[in-house]
Write a protein that binds this ligand. Structure first.
Ligand code: GLU
Length: 256
């Protein structure tokens, strides 16, 4: 299977902006194992800004776009350095692809992106994609990596998109406010009711939230691709997801 996995900032870092070493080690081991089992793995990784915040000793995620860009440029190196170290342990090569909204809109650039990505998979590489935050401007950006994950999945005809997050999946109400909120295991159609359940933003250092995830689900499921929201604090459940077992919330691709 061709699997796109989006890793959110809250998965990779602590609130300090410093890397969550244990989590990253666990995840890279499982990604490597899934690859060894024959799956194609493409990562869409956030965390550049957060890691830059940590490295540059900023007290919080900056407001000004130029500071965010400086943080992203600093943090992106750190991010890839860590992935390279972790995947090297299991003899897997990685590649970095940074893209912008303009690259997706432009047919020639988009084709180059898709062709390179496909060729990297043929070479057995694990491509790791992020938005090129240093040249994306706020008005003209993809904006969050749930959306980027969806764009990549459609672009390369993935079988499934997994969004790793700090939440178990979609609840029928906000579990941070309602302790009796119920987890929805399967979504076969994204109704207005489902959209209503998704209101609310993400964490202080990240960008997305449930709304961007539902938009991503709409994009990929309309192309027949499954999307799963999964809590990254139970990394082993990635195996369940890939085997089609119950874990997190699965949005079924049309016709599946
Ligand atoms: N591109 C941003 C980063 O690497 C992440 C965007 C997001 O959190 O969705 O920090």
């Amino acid at each position: 299977m061709r699997i796109v996995i989006k890793i959110g900032t809250s998965t990779l870092t602590y609130e300090t902006g410093r890397i969550n070493i244990r989590r990253v080690e666990q995840l890279c081991k499982i990604f490597s194992d899934l690859k060894n089992a024959g799956h194609e793995i493409i990562l869409v990784s956030s965390g550049a800004i957060a890691m830059g915040v940590g490295k540059l000793n900023m007290s919080e995620k900056p407001e000004e776009i130029i500071d965010k860009q400086a943080a992203a440029a600093t943090g992106q190196c750190e991010l890839m350095y860590i992935y390279d170290q972790e995947f090297s342990k299991f003899n897997h090569n990685i590649a970095q692809l940074l893209i912008t909204y303009a690259d997706i809109e432009n047919e020639k650039y988009h084709n180059n992106f898709r062709n390179t990505l496909t060729r990297l998979l043929e070479y057995g590489v694990i491509p790791i994609i992020n938005e090129n935050d240093t040249i994306s401007t706020e008005e003209f950006s993809i904006g969050d990596n749930d959306t980027l994950g969806a764009i990549v999945s459609v672009s390369v005809g993935a079988d499934m998109l997994i969004l790793l997050s700090d939440i178990d999946g979609l609840y029928d109400s906000d579990p941070r406010k309602h302790p009796d909120a119920r987890l929805i295991h399967e979504v076969r159609e994204i109704t207005p009711e489902i959209e209503e359940m998704a209101e609310g933003k993400g964490t202080a250092l990240g960008t997305g939230g449930m709304e961007t995830k539902i938009t991503a689900a709409k994009t990929v499921t309309s192309k027949g691709i499954d999307m799963i929201i999964l809590n990254s604090n139970k990394p082993e459940s990635l195996y369940d997801v890939v085997e089609g077992k119950n874990a997190g919330t699965r949005f079924f691709g049309k016709g599946r």
